[in-house]
Design a binder for this molecule. Structure first.
Ligand code: SF4
Ligand code: SF4
Length: 396
């Protein structure tokens, strides 16, 4: 038996569903918080509304600079989705959406991450903001990638199309060049906004000052240098939306609450958290609902981590790979920190000992150093990590 309900104002909702006597659950497809006024024509029955999807209204949202887009301050980084099965990735992405997250960042270079995003959320496409990226620097190839991204994401527009860590800015005025192509695609409606990602602070600052981009994605966390953090004010000045990547500094920050509280200080910054597990998603949703305060205790945690992780350390970004000797640099070059900041048991297995031993075969060819955005002396760092690793294992 169902009970008649009058909705004011008129809102299109899914069919009211009677779950048990006197309780009605409505599922709204709206992207914005919605206010439902329900009048039950039969007095005496309890009516409960449950706003699902992005109608939850629980998540903080920010304006992403001159894009004018309103995005949830906590965004979903879909890089780790490539490590999940299609089924698990779809479930996780869907749960993120149902929890209220509306901003999803992926890249053509993240293998099947775009495909998983498309599979999970194409039916609610207009409720979400999608940012993806191309590493191509030639106009023709970048356009081909854009079309592939659109197809893979099952959409006909990308909200923020980002140049993915280019070594230099494209020539703004080159006829038939990359930037001209991006402007043409924006005009055609395939791209809504043009952004850029970078790992080098000088390149990032130049991109912001160039006036060519509407968003900047850059590694920002409480381990960032003052020079890196100054980009936030520069972006505010130029009204550029800031997307913070590596908010957990590639796994070296092990306190999500401290990371969250630190980045919450900046109201023009949307951190994308790389989420791989349901429990991680729940952690961030919990933090959203009960935001941690940057109090003295939290500041002490941050100060301690800064002291421990100061100087030139490997962020695990992987831009230096592949190595001709097959050395897994992004793990091996920060092994000393990983052993002490995460459960070490998984890193001292015979397989990992063999991985670390590959460092002995380093040719000192310099390929990794040339590609490292942090200008690290990678071969030296690897050797130091190997010596420490052997010492660590010997003492077990
Ligand atoms: S210097 Fe060593 S670690 Fe770096 S790319 Fe060459 S062989 Fe690999
Ligand atoms: S050595 Fe540099 S490029 Fe390679 S993973 Fe570490 S930080 Fe990234």
């Amino acid at each position: 038996m169902t009970y008649p309900i009058i909705l004011k104002p008129k809102i299109i909702v899914g069919a009211p569903m009677l779950t048990h006597k006197g309780t009605v659950i409505l599922t709204t497809p709206a992207t914005r918080p919605v206010k439902l006024i329900l009048i039950c024509t039969r007095p005496g029955y309890i009516i409960k509304t449950e706003a699902k999807g992005n109608g939850g209204g629980q998540m903080r949202k920010i304006r992403l600079g001159k894009t004018g887009l309103t995005v949830t301050k906590t965004a979903f980084g879909a890089l780790p989705a490539q490590r999940l099965s299609m089924e698990d990735a779809v479930k996780l992405l869907r749960n993120a959406y149902e929890s209220g997250i509306n901003f999803f960042d992926t890249a053509r270079a993240y293998s099947d991450s775009e495909a998983k995003l498309g599979a999970a959320l194409s039916d609610v496409r207009h409720n979400i903001i999608i940012a993806t990226k191309t590493q191509r620097t030639a106009a023709k190839e970048a356009l081909e990638e854009l079309d592939t991204s659109l197809k893979t994401l099952k959409t006909d527009y990308i909200d923020i199309y980002q140049l993915h860590n280019p070594p230099a800015l494209p020539d703004k005025d080159e006829p038939g060049g990359l930037y001209e192509m991006l402007l043409a695609q924006k005009k055609a409606g395939k791209i809504r906004h043009i952004g850029i990602t970078n790992h080098r602070v000088q390149n990032a600052a130049a991109a912001v000052k160039s006036g060519m981009f509407e968003t900047l994605q850059f590694p920002l966390s409480y381990l960032s240098s003052d020079e890196d953090l100054a980009l936030i004010s520069l972006c505010r000045e130029k009204d550029i939306g800031v997307i913070a990547m590596k908010a957990m500094s590639g796994g070296l920050i092990t306190n999500p609450a401290a990371s969250f509280a630190f980045l919450s200080q900046f109201d023009n910054v949307a951190p994308i958290f790389g989420i791989q597990r349901q429990s991680e998603l729940e952690d961030f949703i919990r933090l959203e609902k009960d935001p941690p305060v940057l109090d003295e205790a939290m500041k002490a945690v941050i100060a301690n981590d800064r002291k421990e992780l100061s100087g030139n350390f490997c962020r695990g970004c992987g831009y230096c790979m592949p190595c001709p000797q097959g050395i897994h640099i992004s793990w091996c070059a920060r092994m000393r920190l990983l052993l002490r900041r995460s459960p070490y048991q998984r890193l001292v297995t015979p397989e990992w000992q063999a991985e670390m031993a590959k460092i002995d075969t380093c040719l000192e060819c310099g390929q990794c150093t040339a590609k490292c955005p942090y200008e690290l002396d990678t071969p030296r760092l690897l050797k130091e990590n190997l010596a420490d690793y052997r010492d660590f294992v010997a003492k077990l």
